[in-house]
Design a protein around this ligand. Structure first.
Ligand code: URA
Length: 240
């Protein structure tokens, strides 16, 4: 379900602000009924009319990007830096699902479907986000347990559902740790590892659910197919 002004704006009829004016002026109908409530939510099945003309809803699109380092995960940047949306050639108004830091690489989904984005992001739906972190220091079994139990940073509990030590380089005093998380709190992985005295040198998101970016070079992307999208819906709904 999406807010009606967003659906009207996404269909390219007018801006969201203008859509709000039209709603308040009683020019918008849903399934034949005038709607004046701005927060009114509609689904794909609803018929929306603006000034008695049917609104053709935009198709939903889904992209999987292998995000390179040095790109911001937003739709626009006030410092003029390149954004993840700039990397994707599409006529649709897409946005990233969740956030990867400027220096984090790897799997990132982008879409114009707000309902889908919420399903993927919401921790209760337990969609795995799998990260590989190269860290300073030697990881131990105790640290793994701590990370799985959750660490408190700035009074916020950050937890990871699975943690595995992938490699330890004793000479360089570095470790590679895989963390699977369902939340998407700001700088979550870096904060968790900092809290156990293993500061992150490099971070990449290897996978979101069953989607990895092994076949995509850095900066490359592909569309998800229908089967993948419906599998993600099924996963999110069954984990609820
Ligand atoms: N956690 C982080 O610290 N950074 C990211 O980019 C993603 C998760």
């Amino acid at each position: 379900m999406e807010r009606i002004q967003k659906v009207i704006a996404n269909a390219g009829i007018c801006s969201r602000r203008k859509a709000e004016e039209l709603i308040e002026a009683g020019k918008v109908k849903v399934n034949g009924q005038v709607i004046t409530e701005l927060g009114y939510k509609v689904s794909d099945k609803d018929e929306i009319m603006v000034n008695d003309r049917i609104v053709e809803k935009t198709d939903k699109v889904y992209f999987l990007l292998n995000k390179p380092r040095g790109v911001v995960t937003t739709t626009s940047d006030d410092k003029g830096r390149k954004t993840v949306v700039d990397l994707i050639d599409t006529e649709y108004r897409i946005y990233p699902i969740g956030r990867l830091d400027y220096d984090t690489t790897g799997a990132l989904l982008l879409t114009n479907n707000g309902e889908f984005a919420n399903l993927i992001m919401h921790p209760k739906n337990e969609i795995d986000k799998v990260y590989l972190a190269k860290v300073e220091g030697i990881a131990t079994g105790d640290i793994v347990k701590q990370l799985e139990k959750g660490v408190v940073v700035d009074e916020i509990k950050l937890s990871s559902s699975r943690v595995k030590i992938k490699k330890i380089d004793k000479e360089k005093e570095e470790s590679f740790i895989e963390l699977t998380i369902h939340e998407g709190k700001n700088h979550q992985v870096k904060k968790m590892l900092e809290a156990v005295k293993l500061p992150v040198i490099k971070l990449t998101r290897e996978r979101i659910a069953f989607l990895d970016v092994k076949n995509l070079k850095s900066g490359e992307y592909r569309k998800l197919n229908k089967k993948e999208v419906s599998q993600l819906y099924v996963l999110a709904n069954t984990n609820k």
